[in-house]
Design a protein around this ligand. Sequence first.
Ligand code: ADP
Ligand code: GLC
Length: 495
Amino acid sequence: MKASLSPPRPLRLLVASAEVHPYSKTGGLADMVAALAKFLAKAGHRVGLVTPLYRGLRDRFAEIKPFDWELRVPLGGRTMTATVGVARPRPRLTMYFIDQPEFFDRAGLYTDHRMEYSDNPERYIFFSRCVAQLARHLPWRPEVVHLHDWHTGVAPLLIRHQEWHDAWFEAPKTCFTIHNLAYQGQAPAWKYELTNLPWYYFHADGAEFYGGLNLMKSGIAFADVVTTVSPRYAREITTPEFGCGLDGLLRARENVLTGILNGVDYEEWRTTRNPHLTHPFTPRYLAGKTAGKLALQAELGLPPRADTPLFGTISRLEDQKGVDLILGALGEMLGHDLQYVLLGSGQLHYEQGFRALAERHPAKVAVRLGYNGGLAHRIEAGCDFYLMPSRFEPCGLNQMYSLRYGTIPIVRATGGLADVVRDVREDAELANGIQFTEPTSAALAKAIRKALALYAEPDALEHYRRNGMAADFSWEATAERYEAVYRRMLGEGAD
Ligand code: ADP
Ligand code: GLC
């Protein structure tokens, strides 16, 4: 036995992401990064979190204060400047907001009127260069830089290059997390010049992809460690089916590739003392859930009926999410006694499809197009079943939120959905949801039929609900897994 075990030393970590809840959000990336930083800081580490200062943030968050620092960033032939805003939302966590109005003071994060900004590569190469400068010059000397998705993909290369050629002794280690391989940040080759890096990194094992620049690829190729957001997706992306053209590189980097399942911030996603919910409930007091369901039906203009099963979805309306399968399956299933609510926005033809469905079935289907964080909580809590038929899903958060809220998830067996949801076929005792495999409306309709049968058996239904509510995906455990990754990179790891 060892005589004494001193507590592990706190780490100095710089995290960077294009979106961070509650400042900016288009999807789960914002939730994941916010929770990662929060729980690392809670665990005692020194954490900096860098993100762009988008329009309106200074007005909405008065605590963002100017920081006495001007960044001067070469971007190809010109030099751009940025100032930095700082906030300290909790002990040991500092937010750094990159204030560059030409790039970030815009109507949307990445798009305006559904059109991608054509200079997104410029905007995020610039952002990555700011991250590298902060990493190098922050007085508290970060020892690990944790980058997220393609927006930050060139940062690992910038850091490595400066270590090799620009006398950056003790440069930090870099961890690059893939949240969604379908978005890679591709650009014409000439935009590589905006990095001011030598062209010898621009090759098929580096930042180049079929003659163009690929920022996601740069992150995967040059980071010390690559992670993704569920174990199953980590395996899937090494195959041609899910690899989006990068599976070869990912196989080559398999020895540094890990899948770590995201967690849930249960301080936010809670069924009691939650300001977004009309009625609190617990596994022992499910009557509160029924009261919330009736209130939700009323809020949505659906007939308030406790005994009609209510299905729901909250989602970006994109091909990835299988929303066409929902439209198809509902077309087949709306003859049954059920109701459905959708909250989401995205591709126009999906928005129109759902709007038309609601117009045809006003007593059965409610559709809210747009973004609404509070309503998302009430839908998660008020529904009986949650539909998530994704074609692929790196992790997915809503199936985990559903479980905590006693709402039974119906998911396609892919990525994080397969890692989280237990189907009755897998384990009758521990079942908490319904899985199906084929990406077809017919397969989803069959799963909905199973749900209706389950709904007719109150004891079994309650068993599923309680199993779901008891499942534990707390962020403490996820943050510990990342900490282990950081320590291994620093040579301090447990083996
Ligand atoms: P993805 O990041 O691929 O969109 P996730 O399941 O990881 O999928 O995360 C989606 C997050 O965005 C969840 O927190 C979900 O509640 C939220 N969300 C998506 N669309 C909306 C919306 N229209 N209104 C409110 N929240 C939304
Ligand atoms: C991406 C993925 C989603 C994941 C989220 C957070 O947006 O599409 O599956 O949950 O990132 O990691």
